[in-house]
Design a protein around this ligand. Structure first.
Ligand SMILES: Cc1ncc(COP(=O)(O)O)c(C=O)c1O
Length: 415
């Protein structure tokens, strides 16, 4: 089992001063200060990221990789500099970082380009019951097209994966194992290093959906040893419309392009085309230049705070929030105690959409619904949950506002 306790020497994070870096957090909603507890949906953006985005468009805007004037050079440098920075941060090589529009597109890229080349009729793709739709639907499309099978590792009552079932499934040597690093519903931190090691022993490739891990957990791709890892910029304090696929260079190199157009070609004739090397081969058309630049700023901002400090801070908030909701009574909690920044719950007898609406009246923003994980909802035996999720700027006052809102929900529904 992966060690989840925060590093003892993690620097302490001053959430109050961090919050001051987010202009949006000074907004009032319906006469109340905004209490933003929906960072798992999308994170708010610190001023450092907003300023860089403004400056990229106001002072350096030009298309990349194609013109010789200074603006074009600056813009190209900023875009490729972002890639270099992300590669360094993740302990990977520059050419292994492919920019996509989000995590969903990164998974679709692998399912399309790698899957259509290497998954054959009768092969198995092994997923888990706690996957986001983004890590189910692309594989269903592939399986239908290629005549492959999908299998799912069960989730146990404590919100963790059944690792002995994983071993049983691995015994059939699935072509690929796709697993979420941190569940967006339960907050479970899956033991991905262990899963990668076991899957590799059986000759399976492993794709990890890091959409909810990247904002919360320090990551070293070298140590993890997976085959593909994806994440999305907007949950990491960066802009929407930018995400990353990391793939092992030798795997990316044997994958055919998945989209054709400008920027990914070496030579085009009316008859045929040859393609550029990695990573350009997978980036057809004008990319989200300012998205990459904004994501670079977000990576710098997070590093300044330290992911160890953010993780330790959020672990403490999760514990405090779960205790507070338990003491209110009549609240069902989902997921393990040591969830990474996420607390899913239901107020007994109240639909989570009603809970979220009453919380919204008090300025508290949470998400309610199936969280793009309808199969997991069925496993949990519910239609939906409410979900509070934390970020570096969250603090105890946010939890107090949530609890006041939940008490109001109970008052209204007991009347
Ligand atoms: C675990 C997980 N995977 C994938 C995604 C998809 O992210 P995006 O919509 O940015 O592609 C999400 C978004 O909520 C997520 O939580």
């Amino acid at each position: 089992m992966q060690e989840l306790a925060p590093v003892a020497a993690a620097p302490v994070l001053d959430a109050e001063s961090v919050a001051q870096e987010f202009p949006i957090l000074s907004r009032r909603i319906g006469g109340h200060p905004l209490v933003y507890l929906d960072s798992a949906n999308t994170a708010q953006k610190p001023r450092a990221v907003l300023d860089v985005i403004y400056s990229a468009l106001a002072e350096h805007n030009a298309n990349i990789h194609r013109a010789v004037y200074p603006l074009a050079h600056e813009s190209t440098e900023a875009f490729e500099g972002a890639r270099r920075r992300i590669a360094d941060r993740l302990g990977s090589a520059y050419e292994e970082i492919v920019f996509t529009k989000n995590a969903t597109e990164a998974i679709n890229l692998v399912a399309y380009a790698w899957g259509r080349a290497f998954v054959n009729p009768g092969d198995t793709v092994l997923l888990t019951e706690m996957e986001h739709h983004s890590n189910i639907v692309p594989w269903q499309l592939l399986a239908r097209e290629r005549g492959a099978h999908l299998r799912y590792v069960p989730v146990m009552a404590d919100g963790r994966l059944d690792m002995s079932a994983l071993d049983r499934e691995l015994a059939t040597s699935p072509k690929l194992v796709g697993v979420v690093h941190v569940s967006n519903v339960l907050g479970t931190v899956n033991p991905v290093e262990e899963i990668v090691a076991r899957a590799h022993r059986m000759g399976s490739r492993v794709l990890i959906d890091g959409a909810q891990a990247a904002p919360h957990l320090p990551l070293d791709l070298g140590a993890l040893d997976a085959d593909f890892y994806v994440f999305t910029g907007h949950k990491c304090y960066g802009p929407t419309g930018i995400g990353c696929l990391w793939g092992r260079a030798e795997l990316l190199a044997e994958m055919p392009p998945w989209q054709g157009g400008g920027a990914m070609i070496e030579k085009v004739t009316f008859e045929e085309t040859t393609f550029l090397d990695l990573p350009a081969r997978f980036e057809a058309g004008t990319p989200h230049i300012v998205g990459a630049v904004g994501l670079h700023a977000a990576v710098d901002w997070v590093e300044k705070l330290s992911l160890d400090a953010i993780h330790a801070h959020e672990c403490a908030l999760v514990a405090e929030c779960r205790d507070a909701l338990r003491s209110v009574g009549g609240v069902t909690l989902y997921g393990p105690e040591d969830s990474a920044g996420i607390v899913s719950f239901n107020v007994d007898g109240v639909h989570p959409h009603d809970t979220a609406t009453i919380l919204d009246d008090a300025g508290v923003a949470v998400r309610a619904g199936h969280h793009c994980a309808q199969p997991l909802m069925r496993v949990l035996g519910v239609e939906a949950t409410a979900r509070a999720s934390f970020a570096a700027h969250s603090d105890s006052s946010d939890i107090e506002a949530l609890v006041r809102g939940i008490e109001q929900v109970k008052r209204i529904f007991s009347a």
